[in-house]
Design a protein around this ligand. Structure first.
Ligand SMILES: O=C(O)CCC(=O)C(=O)O
Length: 298
């Protein structure tokens, strides 16, 4: 189902919307099962290496990763879409409900943009670092993590919780209405791209909104909407995907990594349906680096 005109108007006004109940367990459970298997296999590797001592195999999806991460931060290594390259993940990237909604912004020719992440934000007690990380992200616009060539590209961010993502769990926060100011200058920080953030003096006049979600909700964000996320003060992990879809033919902002066509009205044969081909594209990008994955800091 495409989004309603009311939802599109709200997106245009605020720079984001939460599409409540867009997805259900049929959409999410295959992915959760695949990720549970990934976590289990990784935990067994780390147990064999003597990195962890307790597999916590009876713990549910919501709590197991945090308990493992608390024993070794190496649990989080390579736990991302482009490294795990699972079949259920590939299928989810092409989920028709998600694409129908994204189509409201991109039109019917849709590419899956390669800037995408899986995040399992652990409870803060297992991740006591206070600095920016993949899990606690400073204020930024997605335009700030793209090459400047993508400034005109029609790219929408879809933030998909795989369970509840409450304020206590460190949900996304956004600044309403600021997307209308266009690209705001960003700065690099801490020597890591994870910390790219909007110059603080550009953001002082707007009150942040917490975008708390229930499982099944999806947040759509403009690439110019400043957003961040806060530490997870609960006992559960805050699992989420952040995906981006765009109009086919527009610059992706990340030429080092592969995009692929997920929907096409005019050329249906260009749609990628083969998980092996998707995996091959990512492996090739890592083994034969080219193009740019740089963030934007001017
Ligand atoms: O998931 C988060 O905590 C932050 C996500 C984010 O910053 C993004 O999707 O650009």
């Amino acid at each position: 189902m495409t989004l309603s005109q009311k939802q599109i108007n709200a997106f245009n006004r605020d720079g984001f919307i939460i599409a409540r109940g867009l997805l259900d367990d049929v959409d999410l459970q295959p992915l959760i099962d695949e990720l549970s298997d990934w976590v289990d296999a990784r935990a067994r590797e780390l147990l064999d290496e003597g990195e962890i001592t307790d597999l916590h195999q009876d713990q549910p999806f919501e709590t197991r990763f945090g308990l493992l991460f608390g024993q070794s931060r190496r649990m989080g290594e390579e736990m991302d879409i482009m490294h795990a390259r699972g079949r259920a993940m590939f299928d989810f990237l092409r989920n028709p409900k998600l694409l129908d909604a994204a189509q409201s912004f991109t039109g019917p020719e849709i590419v899956c943009n390669p800037i995408q992440h899986l995040r399992a934000k652990p409870p803060e007690r297992f991740d006591p670092d206070t600095g920016p990380s993949l899990y606690v992200v400073p204020w930024h616009q997605d335009a700030g993590v793209m090459m400047p060539e993508a400034e005109e590209s029609n790219i929408v961010t879809c933030w998909v919780p795989l369970g509840d993502a409450t304020t206590e769990m460190g949900c996304v926060q956004a600044l309403p209405g600021v997307h209308g100011r266009g690209y705001l200058r960003h700065q690099a920080a801490g020597g890591t791209t994870i910390a790219t953030n909007v110059m603080p003096d550009l953001l002082q006049d707007v009150e942040p909104l917490s975008l708390a979600c229930s499982k099944g909700d999806v947040i759509f964000l403009s690439r110019f909407t400043p957003h961040r996320s806060t530490p997870n003060r609960s006992d559960k992990c805050r699992w989420s995907l952040d995906l981006r879809y765009q109009t086919t033919g527009h610059h992706t902002g990340r030429t080092a990594h592969p995009e692929f066509v997920v929907r096409s009205l005019s050329k249906p044969s260009t749609v990628m349906r083969d998980v092996a081909e998707w995996r091959r594209l990512w492996i090739d990008a890592f083994e034969n680096p080219r193009g740019s994955a740089a963030h934007r800091t001017e």
